[in-house]
Write a protein that binds this ligand. Structure first.
Ligand code: SAH
Ligand code: SF4
Ligand code: F3S
Length: 435
């Protein structure tokens, strides 16, 4: 196999995988390879995979099949969480050339060279030293950029593969994060979303927490907006909640997954919070920032979940009034404790529960969007809309907002919200704050 000249990276899964995909692309570009949008035209295709549910994992194998059929027989590298979970098993199941785990991808150039030389190329190590020090500097990014500050998970929810695929909780050093934030701003970012599997578990050798990091980023010139995701209820400190009251750049949005509304199910999930302790956190968050948009994750059909327990999830949703949320059917994952639990919920019951849950969430999202009508807010323009002259951006509450304007991508525009749909808002321009 010859050394690839062009590459294509395709990322599945969470925002941290998107971030990793960007970093891998930068790494390959620094080796002199050229990015291409067409996977079938690339010499090297990196599939940056997700293992969270069975469907996500299976998608990888169908993608490999499709590439082998239509592509010019490219070199295929499997990165991400499936690479970590399945390792050499992938090479046995499908014809791939490189397997690289989420903590080892700084070695991708060496692995690609090995594969080109016909050598086995697999690296799923979780080395003690961080990959971040080996990655090239950030060059060009869009107005809204991701920045991974924390990786891994020590929580071991009984249904979840992340503690196995991403390893233990590790925080990047304070100075490295602030430096990368500045580099991102120099590269074009006006908004930065701090990422971590448990981002609010971020801490450093001096015992500082995410709130201190956010306050430091608040002082970075030309950075306009700060967000963070995903948070765990148990790491939601009062200091972080307080930051929502007085850090102007911190956007009024909190993604705080709860998964279920029944204490028995939460215990079986090993969530280490109760329905009540979760709701009390939200009370404190709302006291600090009354207009905050709340988001969550839900799993329906966890082993043994009864109709009555599912109703408790529905009641929790009614009590909170989420601005948006993600919801999933439980998927048993190899190696997790829940996969061995009795009480499998039939697929038809899961389907019905998911449908009811999503209907309630859609209703609440529409209601939340409706409260924005008549408000004035700033929108960060991210891309062109579907209609001529229309641009799309995000409100402080992470809603998509479209409006007619001659503003450019990266402009912050003050708008009046005039109408609300189920998934977006429409607005009229007032004042432009140029980039
Ligand atoms: N660290 C984050 C979320 C990581 S995974 C947290 O704890 O909140 C993203 C979401 O996928 C989870 O919140 C959960 O709702 C869902 N999920 C994880 N494992 C799953 C499984 N086995 N089946 C169905 N959904 C799952
Ligand atoms: Fe998975 Fe739970 Fe860790 Fe989230 S907190 S990544 S759901 S184990
Ligand atoms: Fe998927 Fe791994 Fe993210 S399993 S959700 S890509 S941490």
């Amino acid at each position: 196999m010859t050394t690839p000249k062009t590459f294509h990276v395709k990322s599945f899964g969470c925002q941290m995988n998107v971030y990793d995909g960007e970093r891998m692309a930068e790494l390959m570009a620094a080796q002199g390879m050229t990015a291409t949008d067409d996977p079938n035209a690339a010499d090297l295709v990196v599939l940056n995979t997700c293992h969270i549910r069975e469907k996500a994992t299976e998608k990888v194998y169908s993608d490999i099949g499709r590439l082998r059929k239509h592509g010019a027989d490219p070199m295929i590298a499997i990165a991400g969480c499936v690479a970590q979970a399945e390792g050499a098993e992938i090479v046995r199941r499908a014809k791939v050339d490189v397997v690289v785990g989420p903590q080892a991808y700084h070695n991708l150039p060496r692995l690609v060279a090995d594969a080109a030389a016909g050598l086995p190329a697999l690296d799923t190590d979780m080395p003690p030293e961080s990959k971040f020090g080996h990655l090239p500097a950030r060059r060009r990014v869009g107005p809204s950029a991701f920045l991974t500050v924390q990786e891994g998970c020590d929580k071991f929810c009984t249904y979840c593969v992340v503690p196995y695929t991403r390893g233990a909780e590790i925080s990047r050093p304070f100075a490295a994060i602030v430096d990368e934030a500045k580099a991102l701003v120099d590269a074009g970012a006006r908004e930065i979303t701090l990422l971590g599997q448990n981002v609010n578990a971020w801490t450093d050798a001096d015992g500082r927490g995410l709130d201190v990091l956010i306050r430091a980023l608040d002082r970075v010139p030309s950075l306009e907006r700060i967000r963070y995701t995903t948070s765990h209820p148990n790491d939601m400190t009062q200091e972080l909640i307080d930051a929502h009251a007085d850090v102007e750049k911190l956007m009024p949005f909190l993604h705080l997954p709860v998964q279920a509304g029944s204490d028995r199910v939460l215990k079986a999930m090993n969530r280490s919070h109760t329905r009540d302790s979760y709701l009390r956190i939200l009370d404190r968050v709302r006291a600090a920032r009354p207009d905050i948009a709340l988001s969550g994750d839900f799993i329906v059909g966890f082993p043994g979940e009864t109709d009555a327990e599912f109703e408790e999830t529905m009641q929790l949703i009614d009590a909170v009034g989420y601005a948006q949320a993600f919801s999933f059917k439980y998927s048993p994952r190899p190696g997790t404790p829940a996969a061995e639990m009795a009480g499998e919920v039939p697929m038809a019951v899961m389907d019905e529960r998911l449908q009811r849950l999503q209907a309630a969430l859609a209703r609440d999202q529409q209601a939340f969007n409706a409260t924005a009508v008549g408000r004035t807010c700033r929108v960060l323009v991210e891309r062109k809309g579907r209609l001529p002259g229309q641009m799309l951006g995000k409100s402080p509450w992470l809603q998509s907002v479209h409006f007619v304007t001659d503003a450019a991508i990266s402009d912050l525009v003050e708008v009046d919200i005039v109408a609300a749909g189920p998934l977006s808002l429409s607005a009229v321009e007032r004042v432009r704050i140029a980039a």
